[in-house]
Design a protein around this ligand. Structure first.
Ligand SMILES: *Cc1c(COP(=O)(O)O)cnc(C)c1O
Length: 379
């Protein structure tokens, strides 16, 4: 076996534990556990400052943040989303009574293809939810252009893109609102958590109202809201982890470089590259198997598991092939050839602070040697 201890994709990156415990002591001393306590307020201010946005509204998770953002934007009818994303992007809309309409991605970027978005627009379309997949910016300018031309609302699911930039501009500042997930597996985590960020103060006000049952005062409710509040203990984790994101990025970069060196000359594998200079958290190590190796994808993943390397297929088989969408819209796959193709090729490999560059080299070399073996067997 390659490793005695299991190596996982998405192992949490955790900052200074003593600092976290000191904050937890403060929570117990104050007795303030939730409802916009001092740590949530501090985290929101620090996140808004870090991202360069006017408003950051912290949430209990990214999915509720997406639901609240979609609702606060007043989306109705159909909303265009990629199918190649985590299922929550589509489910959040569906839970709000909206119809997710899937558009295709570009093969090179794995992000929405603007032409496919245009083709998905109908008289019922009210908005577009772009996803910055793997942390790489969606085609923000093209999507903004389409939204303006057709009078659509535009927001982004930035769950993968915390701390990333697009042409120097911080992700979090695009569209009318962006949503982050701070789930344990994400680059920056608060155990569970998320946020809606926006420069629109009025929109932020509605988001805050919806997050807290629609309360405007102790006993006055003006809106059928939900409970999207982040607890203090999550904010404590966030404050501590925010101090260590530079370390996490550095390790992710070293790991990514190690994989890149192994895969550089290998024609059976393509490693997705990030623009490290312009700013990327390098949280996802995504490989695509070339035409001659795609058929061995699941065998490769199983062989990695047998070596204690918990590599993953990701976003397989695409939202449109999961319920309820595959029953509701059985034909949508016909418009999504690139989604179907990419979903079959992708394997995500481990990185993060729990993994070293040497581990990555070993894993990368194992991937290459197995793929060569499979192909040699086939002859
Ligand atoms: C993780 C994730 C979500 C959901 O966030 P939670 O905090 O787990 O609810 C939504 N969209 C994408 C793209 C994600 O990766």
């Amino acid at each position: 076996m390659l490793f005695d201890n299991p190596i996982y994709v998405g192992r949490p990156n955790v900052g200074d534990r003593a600092e976290f415990e000191a904050l937890v002591d403060r929570i117990f001393e104050s007795g303030w556990l939730s409802n916009s306590g001092p740590l949530v307020v501090e985290l929101e201010a620090r996140l808004a400052d870090f991202l360069g946005v006017r408003n950051c509204v912290a949430m209990c998770n990214g999915t509720v943040a997406l639901e609240i953002a979609a609702r606060a934007l007043g989306l109705t009818g159909e909303v265009i989303v990629p199918s190649y994303t985590f299922i929550a992007t589509a489910h959040a809309l569906y839970w709000q009574g909206l119809t997710p309409v899937f558009a295709d991605i570009a093969k090179e970027t794995h992000n929405l293809d603007p032409e496919s978005v245009r083709q998905a627009i109908t008289s019922e379309t009210s908005g577009i939810v772009g996803v910055h997949l793997w942390g790489r910016a969606a085609p923000v300018d093209e999507l903004q252009q389409i939204a303006s031309e057709h009078g659509l609302r535009l927001m982004f699911d930035a769950s993968h893109a915390f701390g990333n930039r697009h042409r120097g501009q911080m992700i979090g500042t695009f569209g009318e609102a962006e949503v982050f997930s701070f789930h344990a597996t994400k680059f920056f985590n608060t155990f569970e958590g998320g946020a809606v960020v926006t420069d629109n103060d009025e929109l932020a006000e509605s988001v805050r109202l919806m997050r807290n049952f629609g309360f405007v005062d102790f006993d006055e409710v003006v809106y059928p809201g939900t409970n999207g509040k982040m607890p203090e203990v999550s904010a404590a984790m966030g404050l501590v982890n925010l101090d260590s994101i530079e370390n996490v990025v550095e390790r992710n970069r070293e790991n990514h470089d190690a994989y890149r060196d192994v895969f550089a000359a290998e024609t059976l594998v393509d490693l997705l590259l990030f623009d490290q200079r312009s700013g990327s958290n390098c949280q996802y190590v995504v490989i695509e198997l070339a035409a001659g190796a795609v058929e061995y994808r699941d065998r490769l993943v199983a062989d990695l598991h047998a070596e204690n390397v918990w590599a993953r297929r990701y976003f397989w088989p695409g939202c449109h092939r999961m319920e309820p969408y595959r029953t509701l819209f059985p034909e949508s796959g016909e418009r999504l050839p690139n989604t179907v193709d990419v979903a079959e090729r992708v394997v995500v490999l481990p990185t993060g602070t729990a993994v070293t560059p040497d581990d990555c080299r070993l894993i990368g070399e194992f991937v290459v040697s197995r793929l060569r073996d499979y192909c040699a067997e086939r002859g």
